[in-house]
Design a protein around this ligand. Sequence first.
Ligand code: 13P
Ligand code: SF4
Length: 311
Amino acid sequence: REIPVDLFAAIQALKQELNAVILAHYYQEPDIQDIADYIGDSLGLAQQAAKTDAEVIVFAGVHFMAETAKILNPNKLVLLPDLAAGCSLADSCPSQEFAAFKAAHPDHLVISYINCTAEIKAMSDIICTSSNAVQIVRQIPLNRPIIFAPDRNLGRYVMQQTGRNMLLWQGSCIVHETFSEKKLVQLKIQHPAAEVLAHPECEPPILRHADYVGSTTALLKFCQKSTASSFIVATEPGIIHQMRKEAPHKNFIPAPPINSNCNCNECPYMRLNTLEKLYLAMKNRSPEIKLSEEIVTAALKPLQRMLAMSV
Ligand code: 13P
Ligand code: SF4
């Protein structure tokens, strides 16, 4: 297989040829972020996928995100550079077990975090992301019991913010569980003026120290507006590429993982995508996301509800 020397130029040429749009999540490697037509958080990416008129969607993110784009565009070709780019949170909620959990609580409304498989979406009433979860739960009548799946950390955070009880599926993200509270506190002592930014997928001991909690887009906006000049960032460090671009004079420090000898704060799934794989996916028009019609039909409804409830 031949790989061109100038991958950026080759990808641009294929984009014209395919009439494709490249959507990338902030956790992608910097080169992919730089070539993308749109970089965003899960909500922004779903909104872009819902409105694109491109014929082909090249999704530089993980499988559940590309599936979301496919559910919103069942007749378009949706490419994912590496089909193995999964998600520990989505994996922590297998559909058979979830179906039994849901059946045991038939009166509950099911709100699922977008980080789940298309099968789980198809079993849900409303989808949410980290940027609209609080806003969506606030719109549900108080007498309606809620199942929230699959992230227990985001679920717990939403419960705190809304004062509402919810039945939580006990899933979690391996990346956001890796941060060390002890090392974070040590870092705060070294940088007393730094503000701590955290994603709500983090565990309570990390969130407790956060000056601001939000989705990746919300964290990016916060550091642009804040008067602080230094930030400790408790989420996947891919976002720091955009933070440095948007606020080059500010200092961004990744929150340290428990094991300092690994890159455990990098999402191993997101990082499976490379510029080379992105080029090959476009050249070969593969690997593509395929979903059955039943799943698309059932999963579309809760996604559309989310989009309608997020405006
Ligand atoms: P957001 O894109 O909503 O910030 O979520 C981060 C994440 O973990 C995506 O997998
Ligand atoms: Fe999934 Fe966590 Fe990776 Fe996001 S960071 S894709 S939640 S494993």
